[in-house]
Write a protein that binds this ligand. Structure first.
Ligand code: SF4
Length: 341
């Protein structure tokens, strides 16, 4: 690992290499998180935390704008501890602290990459969760697979066990596309199936859970039908892993939006890309019926889409409500009703 200036230079180089034109959020107060929000899921109330740190050191994924919400410079332990304090001081968090069942921790990159997210800060966060959120049953950490380091996870899991309820540790990774060529050559994810399966083995060995983030239609030159088929293949593959290896796997499916400052955003503006329809998202998710694989549909375009480039279109409000209802209940009859309407 290089010094801070080397990381900064490398980030700029990778951003250029990926054909991205966004800048980084250097004006953000380092003592405040990027944001937080609540989600209702069948696991109960979820608190989703997005911390402000140095941007994702991979940064190459062609459709991803998330590094633009991070810093080009290192954000250290003290600032991160203040961000954590700021979360627990918020009136909306305080008002619901007895209801929160799951906490998802993100820094729009990898919280297990200690070069961007201090390990001490992560421990401080776990301590605050144990002290302030008595009903938490799951802690989810978003990361790239290469940063999953077993001794660190075991330590975190032991710390989580000191809370008032049994808490499961979940590793959440971006898989994005099932097709290997699309995932690694066109989207530039840098995740092989072999590496993913090694991660599954680690997770099973320690009785952790795994969450896989997918994007429906993540690249241009992919038809709506191909995009549905890609998600269906992912669901079949993961459901098979659940059966064969006894893994506990969940899927978080994000319909893709055309993000600002990315080649996909440019493709949209040039008329070469159209984001997926929510109807097709419902069609793809139906593949999970009868499988031991829970699918949650992400319905947040994070405010990072180019104008008109979101998958959320005027008139989609009812569909959004129904998909949110599916997220809360897991009831496939809701998807059937959407697809046959
Ligand atoms: S998808 Fe994840 S790994 Fe890829 S650039 Fe975005 S934040 Fe980094």
């Amino acid at each position: 690992m290089g010094g801070p200036d080397k990381i900064e230079a490398r980030l700029l180089e990778l951003t250029r290499e990926a054909g991205k034109s966004y800048g980084f959020d250097t004006a953000h107060d380092p003592n405040e998180p990027v944001g937080l929000f609540f989600q209702e899921s069948d696991e109960g109330l979820v608190l989703f935390l997005v911390f402000y740190t140095r941007a994702c050191r991979w940064s190459l994924c062609t459709g991803c704008p998330l590094p633009s919400t991070g810093s080009l410079h290192h954000v250290g332990l003290r600032a991160l501890a203040k961000q954590i304090d700021a979360v627990f001081a918020r009136p909306d968090v305080r008002a619901r602290q007895g209801e929160i069942r799951k906490v998802i921790v993100s820094n729009q990159g990898s919280v297990l990459d200690e070069a961007t997210f201090s390990s001490t800060a992560l421990m401080y966060l776990v301590a605050q969760i144990n002290l302030q959120l008595p009903q938490v049953a799951a802690l989810s950490l978003e990361t790239r697979a290469e940063y999953v380091d077993e001794p660190e996870l075991e330590f975190l899991a032991r710390a989580m066990a000191e809370g008032e309820t049994r808490t499961v540790l979940e590793i959440a990774i971006g898989f994005e596309a099932f097709d290997e060529h699309i995932r690694n050559h066109r989207f530039r994810k840098g995740l092989s199936l072999a590496e993913f399966e090694r991660l599954v083995d680690k997770v099973v060995r320690h009785d952790f859970h795994l969450k896989c983030y997918f994007m429906q239609k993540p690249v241009e030159q992919m038809s709506d039908e191909e995009a549905v088929r890609d998600i269906e293949r992912a669901i079949d593959y993961l459901a098979d892993l659940v059966e064969r290896r006894g893994a506990h796997i969940g899927v978080h499916l994000n319909p893709t939006y055309a993000a600002r400052g990315t080649p996909l955003g440019e493709a949209f503006l040039a008329g070469r890309y159209v984001p997926p329809q929510l109807l097709d998202v419902a069609r793809a998710v139906r593949r999970a019926r009868g499988k031991r694989l829970r699918v949650f549909v992400g319905l947040n375009d994070e405010g990072l889409a180019v104008a008109g480039g979101s998958f959320l279109r005027p008139g989609d409000e009812r569909l959004v409500q129904e998909l949110e209802r599916f997220n809360r209940t897991g009831d496939f009859a809701i998807l059937d009703a959407i697809c046959t309407a």
